[in-house]
Ligand binder design. Structure first.
Ligand code: FAD
Length: 146
């Protein structure tokens, strides 16, 4: 039986050290683990970090997304995890990304200057739709540059 695809969007606040090297190591670790688990679980999506906040889109079979989100919520590297959207979808928007990572480069900051200036680059002030659109546009740009 084919599982119905769903898309989940949340944001959270970083709880790891602000020191660049330590933070980079945490991000590397999170992305490496995410790419292994998400490939196994048929989950695709993207993760944004900006202004001390994470925002993430996960898409895939509903039980797999719910299990991943349970684990993510228990991770003490971030907190104040807020679910913004969980909706059925017809097709994936991040088919090539077991977990893309965007938002930290100055180029990315310029790309989302419009939405950023209205929110102060604060994902907690964006809706689920805005975060989804932002991440989709940033990953499309990344794919075009690759
Ligand atoms: P293991 O890797 O065996 O980890 C066991 C436990 O240790 C887990 O509770 C884990 O949270 C904790 N843990 C492991 N390493 C550290 C560390 N360095 N510091 C603190 N606690 C640690 N996981 C996904 O599978 N897919 C995702 O898309 C995803 N996105 C994430 C986004 C963010 C912003 C964050 C902070 C985490 C994300 N994770 C994601 C990681 C997730 O929170 C779990 O750590 C991971 O799924 C656990 O994988 P595992 O069950 O194989 O357990």
């Amino acid at each position: 039986m084919t599982e119905t695809l769903h898309r989940l969007v949340y944001y959270s606040r970083n709880h790891t050290s602000g020191e660049d090297a330590v933070f980079s190591a945490h991000i590397d670790d999170i992305l490496a683990k995410s790419r292994i688990n998400n490939t196994r679980d048929q989950i695709t999506g993207a993760l944004l970090f900006n202004a001390g906040c994470f925002a993430q889109v996960l898409e895939g079979p509903l039980p797999n997304i719910e299990a991943a989100f349970e684990r993510i919520q228990q991770d003490d590297r971030h907190g104040d995890v807020s679910l913004l959207a969980l909706d059925p979808i017809d097709t994936r928007s991040f088919p090539n990304w077991a977990m893309g990572f965007v938002g930290t480069s100055s180029v990315d900051a310029e790309r989302f200057a419009d939405i950023g200036s209205s929110s102060g680059f604060d994902p907690s002030r964006l809706s689920g739709d805005q975060i989804y659109t932002l991440l989709r546009n940033l990953t499309i740009e990344e794919e075009a540059d690759a």
